[in-house]
Design a protein around this ligand. Structure first.
Ligand code: ZN
Length: 188
C-alpha cells in the first residue's frame, strides 16, 4: 500500500521514456505524403496520418499541417520497399543499405529524429511489404495508426520506452495488444 511520501518523484515515476536526439525549433510544422500504400485508399491513409499527428499535438505545443510538396515539408512520409530510394530522393538525399527495409514483418517502419539541417530529419518511411490496416487490424495486419503514432514520436525526438509495455514508444509491435493512443509515459 503506497504512502504519498513513498511515491517516487515525477521523473522516476514516469521516467521510462527516453529522449533520442534533436528537437524542432519551431511550433508550426508541416508534412508531405510522398507515396501511398495500395493496402488502403488514399483518403483513409491521409486521415490516419492526420490522426497520428493529432495524438501528439493534443499533448505538446506543436501544430502540424499537410502541405503539397516535399520541399516545404518538415516531415516527408511515405511507403516503400527494400531500399525505397524514392523516399530519400523526395527529401533531396540518397538512400543507403543501412536504411533498407527487410520485407514482411521485422522492421515495420522507421523515422528520423528532428533535424532542420538534415534533409531526412523527421521523415517517416513505412515498409510496404507489410499489410497495413485501419483501426487495430487483424493479427496478420499492421495497424497504420499505431505504427504512425510510434514513428512520429521518433520524428519528434523520442527514443523507445523499453520498460513500459503500455507506452506507444515501446520498441515492438504486438498484434494482440495494439495501442492506438498515447500512454502516460509517452505523454510525460
Ligand atoms: Zn521505434
Amino acid at each position: 500500500e503506497p504512502r504519498f511520501d513513498d511515491l517516487p518523484d515525477h521523473t522516476a515515476e514516469l521516467g521510462n521514456y527516453r529522449l533520442g536526439s534533436g528537437r524542432w525549433m519551431k511550433t508550426e510544422l508541416t508534412y508531405f505524403m510522398a507515396t501511398f500504400t495500395n493496402d488502403l485508399d488514399v483518403g483513409t491513409q491521409r486521415s490516419i496520418i492526420a490522426e497520428a499527428f493529432a495524438a501528439w499535438s493534443a499533448v505538446i505545443p506543436l501544430n502540424f499541417q499537410e502541405v503539397s510538396s516535399a520541399s516545404s515539408a518538415d516531415f516527408v512520409l511515405g511507403f516503400g520497399t527494400g531500399s525505397h530510394c524514392e523516399l530519400y530522393s523526395a527529401s533531396g538525399t540518397q538512400c543507403n543499405s543501412d536504411g533498407a527495409f527487410d520485407g514482411p514483418s521485422g522492421v515495420l517502419a522507421h523515422c528520423y529524429y528532428p533535424g532542420i539541417a538534415d534533409p531526412v530529419g523527421g521523415d517517416c518511411h513505412f515498409d510496404d511489404a507489410e499489410l497495413f490496416a485501419s483501426g487495430v487490424g487483424t493479427s496478420r495486419e499492421v495497424s497504420l495508426l499505431s505504427v504512425a503514432i510510434h514513428e512520429l514520436g521518433h520524428g519528434l525526438g523520442l527514443d523507445h520506452s523499453p520498460e513500459d509495455r503500455s507506452a506507444i514508444m515501446f520498441p515492438s509491435y504486438d498484434p494482440s495488444n495494439v495501442k492506438i493512443q498515447l500512454g502516460a509515459d509517452d505523454i510525460a
